[in-house]
Ligand binder design. Structure first.
Ligand code: KG4
Ligand code: ZN
Length: 352
């Protein structure tokens, strides 16, 4: 239940540092994003993946100045803040600790309530910042580290219907893009390359990639077989076929996501939601082809469809600040000694 405090317009500072984006944002309880700054660490492109120690040091170098900039841009001071919300996991623990310790220090000095946010809850609730979506909704969370289907029943209340048994969809995009020489992280570069394909159906026939789990019972995903098959195909790929290959790969990922999501929709509808909605979130949800396929899949089953604007799909601090607003409205603040978690499932009963 929301408490009386929610009638006031509250301002929350959000911090994110769980992977390779250092981010700070100011968001209000009446859904205004006053600032939203994201610094993507470029140094990981050289290693083709995030080196945790390098990422943590880079967060330490930049987070404080980014906070000052975010507060200046929003024209707020510490006196204006109703709370500081910070990612407390899951993620690369060195980076998470940089964010958590920074938030704790500011909260202690300025006597401001603290909110320890689950990064996945940040992704899960973003659509409620940009649209009016009521609980319960079905969520497909697709990012570099996660691929899950969950029923979002309320803030802090989730039922996981399925998850990947191996790689996340974003990881599959990134590894494939890397083998193609498209850089790291390569999801959006792969999407851009695929845009030059003129006949996706023909491309998918030529590059017949496996679709693990499709047609199987349940809502779990698997992407490692697709990743390996894509790598093998790329070894003999002619440069002029790159766009067609990327389009076929992207469509194959879409087929897998739609098959699993459509099964999850059936399970979700058994709960007779009042306004059935499919929400897609996480970095991979920035992909326009996948959004269109999932929207179609939702429409076929009579569900409304929502996906955050592209900038709020990939990691950012506005989503952490918003999760903070939602928690603050329910009186859910945390003590200054809150712990940080490398692993933190949204549904504690989930097996993986
Ligand atoms: O949510 P996110 O920023 O970080 C995690 O929490 O993992 O997601 C990053 C992932 C990366 O794998 C990236 O390649 C992927 O999202 N991604 C995309 C696109 N934009 C980002 N994948 C496919 N198409 C895109 N346009
Ligand atoms: Zn994320």
């Amino acid at each position: 239940m929301e408490n009386a405090a929610c009638t006031l317009n509250q301002i929350v500072l959000g911090l994110e540092s769980s992977c390779d984006e250092t981010a700070a944002a100011i968001v209000t309880s009446d859904k205004k994003i006053l600032s939203n700054l994201v610094l993507s660490q470029q140094q990981h492109a050289q290693t083709g993946g995030v080196v945790p120690e390098v990422a943590a040091r880079a967060h330490l170098d930049h987070l404080d100045t980014l906070i000052v900039k975010a507060m200046d841009e929003a024209k707020v001071t510490f006196k204006d803040l109703a709370a500081i919300a910070v990612t407390a996991g899951p993620g690369l623990i060195g980076g998470v600790m940089v964010g958590a310790m920074t938030a704790k220090a500011m909260a202690a000095v300025h006597n401001i309530p603290l909110i320890a946010v689950n990064h996945l809850e940040g992704h899960a609730l973003t659509a409620r910042l940009t649209e009016d979506i009521s609980f319960p909704y079905l969520l497909l969370l697709v990012s570099g580290g996660h691929c899950q289907l969950l029923i979002v029943k309320d803030v802090g209340s989730y039922t996981q219907l399925g998850s990947t048994i191996d790689d996340a969809a974003g990881e599959c995009f990134d590894k494939t893009a890397k083998v193609l020489g498209l850089g790291y992280p390569g999801g959006s570069a792969l999407e851009k390359t695929a845009a030059s394909c003129t006949d996706v159906t023909a491309a998918q026939k030529r590059f017949a990639l496996p679709r693990p789990m499709v047609g199987k019972p349940g809502c779990d995903f698997s992407f490692s077989g697709l990743k390996t098959a894509a790598k093998r195909m790329i070894e003999t790929l002619k440069p002029e076929d790159t766009a067609d290959f990327c389009a076929a790969f992207q469509k194959t990922v879409g087929d897998i996501l739609c098959d699993r999501t459509s099964r999850a929709i059936d399970a979700y509808l058994e709960q007779a939601p009042t306004s059935p909605t499919l929400v897609v979130a996480g970095g991979v949800a920035a992909n326009k082809t996948l959004r269109a396929m999932l929207e179609q899949c939702a429409a076929e089953k009579g569900l409304a469809f929502a996906a955050p604007p592209l900038k709020l799909c990939t990691d950012n601090a506005a989503m952490i600040a918003w999760a903070g607003v939602e928690r603050l409205q329910r009186g859910l603040t945390d003590p200054i000694d809150f712990p940080v978690y490398p692993r933190w499932p949204l549904d504690p009963a989930a097996r993986r």
